[in-house]
Design a protein around this ligand. Sequence first.
Ligand SMILES: C[S@@+](CC[C@H](N)C(=O)[O-])C[C@H]1O[C@@H](n2cnc3c(N)ncnc32)[C@H](O)[C@@H]1O
Length: 263
Amino acid sequence: MRMAGQVTPLAQSYIETADVVIGAVPNLFTRNWLQQIAREYICVLGYYSDCDVDGKNRRDTYRRMADTILEQVRAGKTVCAAFYGHPGIFACISHMAIADARAEGFSAEMLPGISAEDCLVADLGLDPGRTGTQSMETTQFMIFERRIDPTALLILWQPFLAGELTLKRFDTTAARLQVLVDKLARDYPLEHPVILYEAATHPLEKTRMDTILLKDLPSASLQGTTTLVIPAAYPLKLDQAIVDQLNALPEAPAAAARKPALF
Ligand SMILES: C[S@@+](CC[C@H](N)C(=O)[O-])C[C@H]1O[C@@H](n2cnc3c(N)ncnc32)[C@H](O)[C@@H]1O
């Protein structure tokens, strides 16, 4: 997420030693840095303009990016595909390329990275384990029947694409955000505070952590880097029947009870 400092030493060593590094990294500073440390760098960011072509959409762009990675692999090179954040979180290209490479008999692995979710846990001081966390893509939440638990944290990714069904555009509208608000209002009060979060991506940038009311979301400014964080609206409610059932169970055998706890 943040240039250089949040790349793991292992990932950096792969970037430095691969024959070729392929990236669709939007941040200019990060891209320049990658170009400097890579032996060869192929930027596939321009593939997003494929969406301007009639009959093509984001899925075609992602497929072409994965194909470019595979072309280099088939050419016998050691290839490193670099993505910002965690390469496997809301990033289908990495999963496609790894599956394709393995299917063709090449060895391929994914290294974990620091995702936007990791950054927001640190910046907002939220422990996802305290209430449990639901984390999903905004449009997926909107168009599918999802059962949201308002006693748990909810993280919605890509709200700047809320309700964008053509898969060709990179924006949303106030009307679509209103649909999102109306759906969220099934489980949350309209006066519920929600957070617009944007992690700083370089040391000179400031992290955005704007708290607004849910009902004001349609007029909010959303960037490609905005993540919508919705804290729990209600306290956890004890399931007394389960607690009673557990208490009624016989004691665990002494030997098993002495085993060290895992947490
Ligand atoms: C395609 S996903 C990529 C996620 C990335 N792989 C990760 O691990 O964080 C893009 C979404 O990630 C989130 N995101 C990306 N950059 C962010 C940032 N600087 N701060 C907060 N969220 C960010 C936003 O929700 C954005 O719409």
